[in-house]
Design a protein around this ligand. Structure first.
Ligand code: 13P
Length: 250
């Protein structure tokens, strides 16, 4: 049995007032929880979020890390710095960073390695553009991103993969269950081929892209979907809690 994970990516949203959503979320979640909950707030909230979330067993993650541990990299934060806040997860290779910050697969791989070395669990994102999908190149792109972004020495405890089709992010256009099933089954196959059955079958796979309370249960029907990476609908506890409940019930 793979663990189930509901991760919220707040992106560049939220000041300290937003931390009240963590308390609100905890109030809406059952104490007997059947899914891990991770919130990735913007970097300035990490330490406070760790303190707020700890009594509620909600995990905190960052949205990016630098590949080096320290140095002259103005504006960046490293994986050991993130770990020092008490956060335990970090997103690597989100499509918004790949696009806006020109992060290549090799960068994502180095960041993921740095995260794992610092004891963080990396949530490594991959996904195709609309043009790639329309050209029937989705699986080829996914295979390339996995080959280029994944370190060779992954362990199932320190790695989660999130499939986020770029055309479904923030658009309200969610991938269909057959589309999600096809890609997640393909990712699972790639992982078992590269890392062996035991490790390949243990790495959780999340779907991301316009996951909402009303479509979550359908998405979680896919066998190789172990959870979700949620953007907009993770900002409000009243939206995120029903998604977590749908995952726990799946
Ligand atoms: P939305 O859920 O807002 O589409 O964002 C998905 C995402 O990019 C999460 O990392």
């Amino acid at each position: 049995m793979r663990r189930k994970i509901a991760a919220g990516n707040w992106k560049m949203n939220g000041s300290s007032a937003a931390l009240s959503e963590l308390d609100a979320l905890a109030r809406l979640l059952p104490t007997e929880r059947h899914a891990d909950v991770v919130i990735c707030p913007p970097a300035q909230l990490l330490s406070q979020a760790v303190s707020t979330a700890k009594p509620h067993s909600i995990h905190i993650g960052a949205q990016d890390c630098h590949m080096q541990t320290a140095g002259a990299f103005t504006g960046d934060i490293s994986a050991p710095m993130i770990a020092d806040t008490g956060a335990t997860y970090v997103i690597t290779g989100h499509s918004e960073r790949r696009a806006a910050h020109h992060e290549a697969d090799a960068d994502v791989r180095a960041k993921t390695q740095s995260a794992q070395a610092a004891g963080l669990t990396a949530i490594l994102c991959i996904g195709e553009t609309l043009a790639h999908r329309q050209a029937n190149r989705t699986l080829e792109i996914i295979a390339d991103q996995l080959a280029g972004s994944l370190p060779d020495d992954v362990t199932a405890d320190s790695l989660i993969i999130a499939y986020e089709p770029i055309w479904a992010i923030g658009t309200g256009e969610v991938a269909t269950l057959p589309q999600i099933t096809e890609v997640h089954d393909f990712i699972r196959g790639q992982l078992t081929t590269r890392f062996g059955e035991a490790t390949g079958n243990s790495i959780p796979l999340l779907y991301g892209g316009s996951v909402k309370p009303d479509n979550a249960a359908t998405i979680f029907e896919a066998e190789n979907v172990d959870g979700a990476l949620v953007g907009g609908a993770s900002l409000k506890a009243s939206d995120f809690a029903p998604i977590i409940a749908a995952l726990a019930a799946s």
